[in-house]
Every structure is written in structure tokens, then in C-alpha cells.
Design a protein around this ligand. Structure first.
Ligand code: 6LW
Length: 535
């Protein structure tokens, strides 16, 4: 049976309303566009490859990942990229039959545009833009002029651009400093009822985050701030107890029924004031009367359960909990498939929900005969330069169980392979089996690495499990797949964004390490289950 875990994100369906976040796990800086009754959304990917996941929906609530924008190393060079570099906030727009995605590669040459006719790909090679700064936006005015708007050092800058070449056509001008919050960023421009609206974020992407707006009769200003700014924030008394914090970085879309909506990022807190799953994508209705300022969800904040009218809901098949590593019918049989511009990961047989660190070697990842075979390198998960043998699946729930069965029959002396909850090269908890027939755990916490290894009777073939809950990750193994023994437990907060920094969220990963570079590990299945559907 073919199982593709990219198929869907499960989401409660109500006669009216929906559950936030609409896209769970690390999916920050959402940008959205509509073509007829189809909606497309992209998010940031930092040092993960492929870059910029693309999601599709027909109701704004239920989203399916249809691919990535940046699938080739030529589009996404990630030399020495870390969890605070690589790809930042993308903007997706559709103009004259073509999709445009503009973003910043902070580990390469900065801002660039790629284009596609089909948002599922192929996308073009990058057209680099000679402009510093981050969070670029594209806006086409009614006269056909295309405007680049982005975040500079102290405020929002703008100039004319040729979106089909990346060439700048005017001198950059500062158009707004925001309302005084730190890091004015994430601009998007919209035109409505004769006004140009400039939507931005301020306050930094932590607890003080918020969205502000200004408008002008002219695209290049002067912009006048809305009297009710910030129009979205959880940095206020009414939401100090909310499970959602850090709301910001929004984009607007007008639905095909005329209603307005915003997608934005936020994070779900756990283990005290900590978040582990990165910043996720949320949805809220916008009231935007003619000539009036937009109002987000009446009160300028959002909830997990949104009791508001929606478009007619079109639920997707729930994501299968278990991936048996049967090759997807659509995947190539060649493990290292090459396009004209270099190898992509689509040939590995793993679906779009999987991510690699920096620029992986496709031939080290092979799905065959119901196993995922990982060929290790000398690099371990503390690696900061090359791409360790690792493939990750976004942690999507505070309470979850992930499980696999790993065989090291193809291992060489010194080899290890297993599962991890991975925030960063300096923050991951691993459970593994060694070629010498031991099981082990590693807590990587900055400069401190704590390792324990135990001899197990049967050696070399074990079931491994990681469970997550609000305060702890627990690490388990089994030699029969029935009785699991807990061999590790550590606080979630040591791996949180508040402790570790960076812009990413935890990935549940499978990995292999082989000092000789010749050993391999076989993973029989990967199961990910949400077991406590409260948050
Ligand atoms: C992004 C900036 C932000 O470029 O975080 O929350 C940065 N907003 O707009 C990285 O995701």
C-alpha cells in the first residue's frame, strides 16, 4: 500500500468554525494568494532543504502540501546555513497567469525571485536582486508597475522592480518606520477603495510581536498609521493567558465569496513560557468595510477554536499515522534523480513532508522494498557545516508519539542510527542503536553533551520511540516491539526557541552516522501519532 504522509493535515470540522493553527509545526511567515477558488500558501524554511513548502486549499482551513518552491541546490544553496539563516520570509503572488515567489537566502546572495506556471513546480532558477534587507514583497499597481517593498535596517523601503529579471528600476525610498515597535518588517501592500494599505509587523518575532497598518492615496506614501494599531497582537492583558503567543507576520487575502482573511504566524506555548514547534500558521477573519480600516477577528487577537463562519469546508483525508516506506507511485525509481539543474530529493521516494539539513546528497537516502535506507557519513547531528544523514518530519503536536524499527545489519564498526527530536545542532535529544549492539541516548544542550549507552540482548535491531508532552521528551526502546523501556527523559524547555534561539521548530528525525561513510541503517517504518487532542 502506498502511503504518502504529505496527504493532509487533520483538522476538526465544525458546522461553523475551525481549529487553529491551520498548518501545524514549523511554518512561519505565511504568505497567501488566490487564483479563482484555489488558495496557495508558502512559509519560511531556513537551513532546511527543499526550501519554501507550498500548500494548497479550497477553503482556507484545510491545507495540503503540494511541494516546495526551491527543490534544487542551484535554487537553494545553503553553505554552512544554520537555524537562523537560509531562507527567510517568502511572498507568493499570482500575476498575469504566472506565480511569483520572492524571498531572501541569508546564506547566499540575499533577495531573489523565482517564477512558475504551476505552483507545485517546476520553479525557475533564481533572479537575484541587488538590494539588501529581508522580507521582500511584490505589488503590481493598476498601471502595471511592479513595486518591491522590503524591510531595511530601520524601516520599510520601496522601489520599482522588473519582476521578470529582478532588475531595480528606481532608487529605494524609506516609506514607513512603523509605530515605534522594534524590527519593523514583513511588509505587504494592497490596494482597496482608492487606498494603498501597507501592512507590516513590529516588536520582533517573540512575545512582543504584532501587526500594524498604514494607508496612503499614493503607493510611495506618505503613509498614515491606523488609529487602532496594532491590528493584531497577543502582547496585551486580554491575551496574556492565551495558549497562542507571538502573533505577527500577516498577509491578507480576499476569498472568492468576497470575505477577507488573514494568515499570520504565532506559537503555542508549553513547558512554561516556552515554544518548541516553531512558529506556525494561523487563520483569522478580517472585517474590511468600504473605505474603512481592516479589523482582525473583532478584537485583534486569535484563538485555537475559532467560532466564526467559514467558506464551505472541504476536509481532506487525515494524514496516515504510519509511513511504511513503500515508494510513492509518483516517485522515480532512480534514487538520485537528476533534473537539468542538478539532483533533487524527489527521487528518494520520500514525500514532500520530509526535510533535510542544508544541501543533502540524495544517494544517501533510498526507499526500497519497504525500508528507508540511510547511508551515514562521519557527521553527527552536532554538525554545523556539511549535511549530516538526517531526514526530519515537523513536530506538529505538543503531545505525540513517534516510533520506528531500525536494523543495523549493514553497519560498520562505530556506526550509529536512530531517532531524534532536533531543534538545532546544539539542541537535540537522540535515541539510537550502535553497530556494537548497544542502545544509547544523547542529550545535546549547547556545549554540554550527555551520553549513556546500554548493552541490549539482541543488539543491532531495535524499536525506538520518542514521546513528547508539555514538559518532557521521553526516549524508549524495545527488543520485541511490544514492551518498551524508557531509557531517557529530559525537559522540553532546554530545546525551546526561548532557550536555543534560531527561527526553526523541532523536527522528529531519523538519522545515521558512519565514520567510514560506508555503513547503512534500515528503517522499517515511521509512525507519528498525536495522542492528546487538547492542543
Ligand atoms: C522574518 C521576519 C520574522 O524574516 O522572522 O516574524 C523572520 N517575522 O519577518 C524569520 O522568520
Amino acid at each position: 500500500m502506498t502511503i504518502c504522509m504529505a496527504a493532509a493535515f487533520s483538522c476538526a470540522v465544525f458546522a461553523q468554525g475551525y481549529t487553529n493553527p491551520i498548518i501545524k509545526g514549523m511554518n512561519p511567515d505565511p504568505s497567501i494568494c488566490r487564483v479563482g477558488e484555489d488558495y496557495y500558501l508558502v512559509t519560511s524554511s531556513f537551513h532546511y532543504f527543499p526550501g519554501v513548502p507550498v500548500y494548497h486549499s479550497r477553503d482556507l482551513v484545510n491545507w495540503e502540501q503540494i511541494g516546495h518552491v526551491l527543490e534544487r541546490e542551484s535554487q537553494l544553496p545553503l553553505p554552512e546555513a544554520r537555524s537562523w539563516s537560509g531562507i527567510y520570509a517568502p511572498t507568493i503572488r499570482h500575476h498575469d497567469g504566472k506565480f511569483y515567489m520572492i524571498t531572501t537566502n541569508c546564506s547566499s546572495k540575499g533577495n531573489f525571485i523565482v517564477t512558475a506556471i504551476d505552483p507545485a513546480g517546476d520553479w525557475s532558477e533564481p533572479m537575484w536582486i541587488d538590494m539588501p534587507g529581508i522580507d521582500p514583497d511584490l505589488f503590481w499597481d493598476e498601471d502595471g508597475t511592479c513595486w518591491y517593498t522590503g524591510a531595511g535596517n530601520d524601516g520599510i523601503v520601496q522601489c520599482k522592480i522588473n519582476p521578470d529579471t529582478g532588475e531595480l528600476l528606481s532608487e529605494p525610498e524609506m516609506i514607513w518606520y512603523g509605530t515605534g515597535g522594534r524590527y519593523p518588517e514583513a511588509p505587504h501592500i494592497y490596494k482597496k477603495d482608492g487606498w494603498y494599505y501597507l501592512l507590516i509587523s513590529e516588536g520582533g518575532t517573540e512575545f512582543g510581536h504584532g501587526v500594524t497598518i498604514a494607508r496612503s492615496r499614493f503607493v510611495d506614501g506618505p503613509y498614515t498609521p491606523a488609529p487602532h494599531n496594532p491590528i493584531l497582537t497577543h502582547f496585551k492583558q486580554a491575551t496574556q493567558g492565551s495558549h497562542i503567543q507571538g502573533t505577527g507576520h500577516a498577509d491578507f487575502v480576499q476569498a472568492h465569496d468576497g470575505s477577507w482573511w488573514t494568515v499570520c504566524l504565532g506559537f503555542r506555548i508549553q513547558g512554561g513560557q516556552h515554544h518548541l514547534m516553531g512558529r506556525e500558521t494561523f487563520l483569522a477573519p478580517v472585517r474590511w468595510d468600504e473605505g474603512a480600516w481592516p479589523v482582525i477577528n473583532s478584537t485583534g487577537d486569535i484563538a485555537l477554536e475559532m467560532n466564526v463562519p467559514t467558506l464551505p469546508l472541504q476536509p481532506l483525508q487525515p494524514r496516515p499515522e504510519r509511513n511504511e516506506f513503500d515508494r510513492n507511485a509518483s516517485a522515480s525509481t532512480d534514487p538520485a534523480v537528476s533534473s537539468s539543474a542538478g539532483p533533487t530529493m524527489s527521487g528518494t521516494g520520500l514525500g514532500a513532508e520530509w526535510s533535510w539539513i542544508r544541501n543533502p546528497e540524495p544517494s544517501r537516502y533510498v526507499v526500497q522494498e519497504g525500508v528507508l535506507r540511510l547511508y551515514g557519513t562521519a557527521a553527527d547531528l552536532n554538525e554545523t557545516v556539511t549535511s549530516p544523514t538526517f531526514v526530519g518530519f515537523r513536530q506538529q503536536d505538543i503531545d505525540f508519539t513517534a516510533e520506528t524499527y531500525v536494523t543495523l545489519d549493514g553497519a560498520r564498526s562505530g556506526d550509529k542510527a536512530g531517532m531524534t527530536v532536533f531543534m538545532d545542532s546544539g539542541a537535540h535529544y537522540d535515541v539510537y542503536v550502535t553497530a556494537e549492539g548497544k542502545v544509547g541516548i544523547l542529550y545535546a544542550m549547547g556545549a554540554h553533551n550527555h551520553r549513556e549507552e546500554f548493552k541490549v540482548g539482541k543488539g543491532r535491531r531495535v524499536w525506538l520511540r520518542i514521546t513528547g508532552e508539555s514538559d518532557f521528551y521521553k526516549l524508549w526502546y524495545s527488543t520485541d516491539g511490544k514492551e518498551f523501556k524508557q531509557i531517557g527523559m529530559n525537559h522540553t524547555r532546554y530545546m525551546s526557541s526561548e532557550t536555543v534561539g534560531g527561527f526553526t521548530g523541532v523536527m522528529v528525525g531519523l538519522w545515521a552516522q558512519s565514520p567510514s561513510g560506508k555503513g547503512y541503517a534500515d528503517f522499517d517504518y515511521f509512525e507519528y501519532r498525536h495522542w492528546h487532542p487538547t492542543l
